[in-house]
Design a protein around this ligand. Structure first.
Ligand code: PEP
Ligand code: MN
Length: 263
């Protein structure tokens, strides 16, 4: 079902009227984690002014250490929903378990399945049964074929709206958090009709590299970007080093808009 051969036309995913794929370029922006109402509202208002299409923010965080900030949970979702009411931006947020999916899928706009859960097949099967778009991030050690098979799980369940996200893969290179596999973009675009977006924040781990890699993703033919934006990166509870400030995000958006039309 993910195969381009049987789906010659690009899929356009419609998120409450906002489109991704098939020539519609969309930028998802926001903090790594929801930290407070003030934080999310400030960031949401600013990214909206910079023409972002969707708001991201993690309420359930898949942290390496159990002692790191685990996210605000349901309170975080409520804050995202409030920000959506204020700005009109649809919300994208990570869901880590079947239980969370069942409980919350109706109140969020795009269900994100993170790199660490890309091969959580039970979760993918359940995501196939909901009627919300699912954004699947490539596992840090997953092949392109494995990413496509994960999408296949969701599609096989009857959910046709899947977005793929390249977010960097593991390597020996220490200068970056991950290595952005940009060739995955044209390869995926040839193999599937699903929209392919790029996350230059998790791919690089440093805010200075977000702009060049965002531009490179546009040049490689991506259908969109996911960028972490924080109003106070130095004090962020998660991923501050890779988060751009709203002003920097605005300038990245202006540069990107010189190449493509933003949805
Ligand atoms: C995220 O988007 O905040 C995240 C945890 O991403 P990934 O699953 O790609 O690491
Ligand atoms: Mn993050």
């Amino acid at each position: 079902k993910a195969n381009r051969r049987f789906n010659p036309l690009d899929l356009v995913v419609d998120v409450g009227g906002h489109k991704i794929g098939g020539g519609y370029f969309s930028v998802i922006a926001g903090p790594c984690s929801v930290e407070s109402k003030e934080q999310v509202l400030e960031i949401a208002t600013k990214i909206k002014a910079s023409n972002a299409g969707l708001l991201r923010g993690g309420a359930f965080k898949p942290r390496t250490s159990p002692y790191s900030f685990q996210g605000m949970g349901k309170d975080g979702l409520d804050i995202l929903i409030e920000a959506k009411k204020e700005t009109g931006l649809p919300i994208v947020t990570e869901i880590m378990s079947i239980k969370q999916l069942e409980k919350y899928h109706e109140i969020i706009d795009v269900v994100q399945i993170g790199a660490r859960n890309m091969q959580n097949f039970d979760l993918l099967k359940e995501a196939g049964k909901i009627n919300k778009p699912v954004l699947i991030k490539r596992g840090m050690s997953a092949t392109i074929q494995e990413l496509l098979m994960s999408a296949e799980y969701v599609l096989a369940g009857g959910n046709n709206n899947v977005i793929l996200c390249e977010r960097g893969i593991r390597s020996f290179q220490k200068e970056v958090r991950n290595v952005l596999d940009l060739s995955a973009v044209p390869i995926l675009k040839a193999k599937t009709h699903l929209p392919v977006i790029v996350d230059p924040s998790h791919a690089t781990g440093s805010w200075q590299l977000v702009e060049p890699m965002a531009k490179a993703a546009v040049a490689a033919g991506a259908d969109g970007l996911m960028i972490e934006v924080h109003n106070d990166p130095d004090n962020a509870l998660c991923d501050g080093a890779q988060s751009v400030k709203p002003e920097k995000f605005d300038s990245i958006m202006k540069k990107i808009a010189a190449y493509i039309e933003l949805e």
